[in-house]
Design a binder for this molecule. Sequence first.
Ligand code: NAD
Length: 358
Amino acid sequence: MVPELVGKLTALGFEVAVEPGAGVEALASDEDYVRAGAVISHEALDGADLVVSVQPLDPLVMRRLPAGTATLSFLPPAQSLDLVADLRDCGVTSFAMELVPRISRAQSMDALSSQALVAGYRCAVVAAGLLRRFFPLNMTAAGTVPPAEIVVLGAGVAGLQAIATCKRLGAVVKAYDVRAAAAEEIRSMGAQSIDLELETLEGSGGYAREMTEDRAARQRELLTPYIANADALITTAAVPGRQAPMLVTAEMVEQMRPGSVVVDLAAESGGNVEGSVAGKVVRIGNAQVWGGANVPSQMPGPSSKLYAQNIVNLVTLMTRDGAFAPDFEDEIVAGSCVTREGHVWHEPTRTLLEGVAQ
Ligand code: NAD
């Protein structure tokens, strides 16, 4: 939560308690929260009807919550099965931002998109910072310096924002995505859409489908010359619930020119680039390879503000007459719920945890 949005929650009828120092990393002081109408307390969780956070609560903290308390945070259910079991056993009602359905009505509550937007921008700026040459064309009395050429792989929310930012900085941008709809979106940003003449891979909910190993190998082969010619490569590809697809081998990076840069946003979830390391810059051949680690947190102001706005919009949807009262008939409420009344409500997670769909 950011101080400027505390007033939206108090206007709904809530009292807002914030743990001391909770906003420090997002550049918000305890005094800012107090001025906005919140209480700063080490016991902020005691007696709370709803606990909102970015990451899920620590299990030890969570187990102290009385049954019936609700939590709202990022909570990747398939990767958090022990925690989901604890939430179930403690009778906590938990909601995961990852599960907010991607429908028009829920766009203002879609934290995956808001954080991907920040991450995509950051990737472009990191590439511009690491690359020791201009992004734009420069025509000067001393001669002409051509623009940098950037290749972006994965043109979802983060990739499109990376493309838009590189274009604003004046680079020549080429991009590729497996979804058919992405080609038009890439072109609408003024970039060139790379057409590999491979079948497109649409999954459900606007997401991509996983590649077969044959398709992946062919895609890598066809992308090789584009990557070898790029000054910077930015990769943002993901498939929900899976490890990030490996799009670029170390051998492909080795063909890049001296001074090249690779920015792998997916480094934390397995990596789009072989050899990238989350949170580090490593050298592969001639290229510096930057691996993203909690990238939205590297721009804490906008990421916190957008996340807090997503949270406020979701809490507003779940509030009736000044009280937290989620309506489980609502598609957004039901879709984002993980556990409720001692049960795992999210069916795919229940199947993973308990073995059978009930
Ligand atoms: P994401 O983070 O899951 O994936 C990022 C991108 O990687 C996607 O565009 C995907 O197609 C691409 N990708 C996956 N495998 C690839 C591969 N092998 N090679 C190249 N690219 C690959 O997805 P996202 O960015 O969160 O969302 C994807 C799309 O979903 C958006 O562009 C949008 O069309 C849609 N969306 C809809 C809503 C809504 O309706 N409310 C909200 C957000 C996003």
